[in-house]
Design a protein around this ligand. Structure first.
Ligand SMILES: O=C(O)[C@H](O)CO
Length: 379
């Protein structure tokens, strides 16, 4: 029996490889002789570089860059096995994990460090850049990144914009003449972890602002700032960003990349699935297992478990997902290819307890799923 285990990471708890290993261990208690194929997945957010580099025997480069709070942090980027394609995840520079919960405030966090990672890849002479966006601590519309790349974004007084998601509401002029000229000779493909638009009830601020520390009041400020920012990008560049799918990924960074860098936005999971050749591994599988820290109705907008399920359904394979938590609106995922979903929680727990015990809980749940799977096969 061949079992493909292709989960995302459980954010702030386990890497995708740790999740896959825990699932394999649980399953092996019932099926010790099965063939297990472990594929750490990502959707453009955290973990994208590791997935792509491991799959292509590439290399890592560590860089000290500006973190979301404006302080130096250690980030990284990857060079894929072809030696020409850089893979960068914005979360490595501007991700939520760089900001302790008590300091999360997207009014003031910056994506500047992501621009610095792009410059580091350009210094290396790459020909193509895959930029994974998502998992951010920022809601600045990618303004910090653009400034790092040489764009001048000024307010009505002619001053360069201050950092953060609030300041971009004052954007009055965009001057792209100072952009690093090497960008003109490099193709930039953007792997978005979600397909949300820039603004409104399903936009960057409303849906992802709260996890970055935004209160309902801040969400309103951030949303209207992104609207002013996106409107000016449209006006100046002629590129439509306000309603574009994925423009709201990574706190609106999708809009900057689409509007100001003419980059192509694609679902991150599709890029990772292709690089890892998931389809060919699933083709001969008996069962596909995926997972993510939380499965909710938003999962259908480009998250890993749904991407994996779509691949599996192309070959009519059964798909089971394990999650740290399931929200009440999660059942919609069944319409998108996930046959069964399980929360791994084994008892009532606080969030820190759930994060701490995730590995053990995954093993226990995987073991029980394997047991039911065996009973069903033998019935
Ligand atoms: O970074 C974020 O805002 C979310 O992951 C959606 O892209």
């Amino acid at each position: 029996m061949r079992i493909v285990i292709a989960p995302d990471s459980f954010k702030e708890s386990l890497s995708a490889m740790q999740v896959a290993t825990a699932i394999q261990q649980g399953f092996s208690e019932i099926y010790p002789d099965a063939e297990y194929v472990k594929l750490p997945m990502a959707d453009g957010g955290e973990g994208t570089v590791i997935s792509m580099i491991e799959a292509t025997n590439g290399h890592y480069f560590n860089e000290i860059i500006t973190g979301p709070l404006g302080l130096p942090v250690e980030g990284f980027w990857g060079l894929m096995g072809d030696g020409k394609t850089a893979v960068i995840e914005m979360a490595a520079a501007s991700g939520l994990h760089h900001v302790p919960p008590a300091q999360r405030n997207p009014l003031y966090t910056t994506s500047h460090g992501t621009g610095e990672l792009l410059l580091a890849a350009l210094d290396h002479g790459v020909e193509r850049i895959i930029l994974g966006i998502g998992g951010s601590a920022t809601n600045d519309g990618g303004a910090g990144m653009m400034q790092a790349l040489g764009a001048s974004l000024r307010d009505a007084q002619g001053q360069e914009l201050e950092v953060g998601g609030e300041a971009i509401g004052g954007l009055a002029t965009i001057d792209l003449s100072g952009l690093d000229p090497r960008l003109a000779n490099v193709s930039v493909t953007v792997a978005c972890d979600v397909n949300n638009p820039l603004c409104g009830p399903t936009g960057a601020s409303a849906i992802f602002g709260p996890q970055k520390g935004a209160t309902p009041e801040m969400v309103k400020t951030l949303d209207s700032a992104l609207f002013c920012y996106g409107s000016l990008i449209e006006q100046v560049t002629g590129n439509a960003v306000l309603h574009a799918a994925g423009a709201g990924a990574a706190g609106g960074m999708g809009a900057a990349l689409l509007g100001m860098l003419n980059a192509e936005l694609r679902p991150g999971i599709d890029i990772v699935i292709k690089a890892l050749q998931l389809d060919s591994l699933i083709e001969n599988a008996d069962l596909v297992i995926t997972g993510e820290g939380r499965i909710d109705s938003q999962s259908i907008h480009g998250k890993t478990p749904i991407g994996v399920a779509r691949s599996a359904k192309r070959f009519n394979k059964p798909v089971i997902a394990l999650a740290g938590g399931l929200t009440p609106d999660h059942p919609v995922v069944h319409d998108h290819g996930l046959d069964a979903v399980f929360s791994v929680l084994t008892q009532v727990a606080t969030l820190p307890e759930a994060l701490q015990n995730a590995e053990r809980n995954l093993r226990i749940t995987a073991r029980n799923i394997a047991s039911v799977w065996k009973m069903a096969r033998e019935a």
